[in-house]
Design a protein around this ligand. Sequence first.
Ligand SMILES: Cc1cc2nc3c(=O)[nH]c(=O)nc-3n(C[C@H](O)[C@H](O)[C@H](O)COP(=O)(O)OP(=O)(O)OC[C@H]3O[C@@H](n4cnc5c(N)ncnc54)[C@H](O)[C@@H]3O)c2cc1C
Length: 377
Amino acid sequence: MQLIIVGAGVLGVHHALAALDAGWKVHVVERDPRPRSASVRNFGLVWCSGRRPGPELELALDARDRWEQVGRRFPEIGFRPAGSITLARRVDEVDVLEEFREHAAERRLDVELLTAAGVPSHNPALAGDALAGLLVRDDAVVEPRRTAPSLLDRIEAHPSACVHRRAETVEVEGGTAGVQVTVRSLVDGTTELLRADAVVLCPGAQPSGIAAQLLADQPVDRCQLQMFETNAVAIASRTAFADGDSLRYYPGFAELPSARDLAPAEPLVDAERLQLLVAPRQDGGLTVGDSHRYDEPFPFDLDERITDHLLERLGRALGRRSPRIRRRWSGVYARYLGDGPYLHLTPQQGVHLITGVAGMGMTVSPAVAARTLEVLG
Ligand SMILES: Cc1cc2nc3c(=O)[nH]c(=O)nc-3n(C[C@H](O)[C@H](O)[C@H](O)COP(=O)(O)OP(=O)(O)OC[C@H]3O[C@@H](n4cnc5c(N)ncnc54)[C@H](O)[C@@H]3O)c2cc1C
């Protein structure tokens, strides 16, 4: 069996790994020399805690186990079962954490509500003004700038794989006799026809060629996020962490009855849908975000009010001055607005398009790939 995968973001590389493990021959076609989209711009959070109970949370928990296995095979991705702490600085936020803890067992999450003193004793980096913290042991981290690129290198080294970099998929034709995929080199403009049993398109938020045409009428929108990374902190953070504004954002918290009693958000938090979300990097730095903009065209420049707000919240969480910023960027993900956690479109026999994994794409990719492979047989 032969499979063509279009897009070498985290979704594409997990589909390629799963197919190679199943004994398939694989072609991966990627427009860029190396992945540089959402899959390398994210926090690297394998974040189960805020997922909506049901298919979304099940997908995340399944993926969490698969990430652990991938991390064992490929240590360079930096998988760590670090857990996360969501910090509450107000009583209304503590109420949401308490209600979440009451439902944790039925959600199959390993959770503990830490007291004000318990937060720094579990994670000495968090010496700020939290009243309580929700420790979720299921959450994990990988190194996002290395994960998709290094997995693509591993795939390229596999004897059953062929990676086409700087190549764009322009046409796809499916049918009972298999699929034909036309690929154009972005280096010299030449085209090549690839044949296989099936093609999986994972084009992310900036699709081109046939992927863009197939998505034109689909209920998928896009979200732009603003991020930064700091130098190493004085005391390295043992966990990922978030502030109470994340309780408004993640459905696993936001849909609890107690979340209706959360005090109104500050105007900037409300306008930019801000939350403090922080992932520890292996070298002691912190990846910090994020804002959420849905109205296009997105601004081309970064907004310092967002950075200032996040730095202030970071300082409060750490209980010390925030470390210096070493880089800033923005990123865009695609969000499926229909039923279910993501879009799996089958426009022709053997042609599969998968996208819309939104802010949980890094988390769920290995489980999404496993489900696609089940469909392909
Ligand atoms: C700032 C930010 C932070 C985030 N944080 C997290 C997080 O911590 N945890 C989490 O779970 N999720 C997070 N997400 C979401 C997650 O990053 C995305 O859902 C995920 O990376 C999407 O992966 P993808 O492979 O579908 O898309 P992408 O990473 O966009 O990859 C798609 C690839 O397809 C290629 N491509 C497109 N069209 C063609 C074509 N015609 N021919 C050839 N190649 C093509 C592109 O060049 C691209 O490399 C975050 C997203 C952003 C933007």
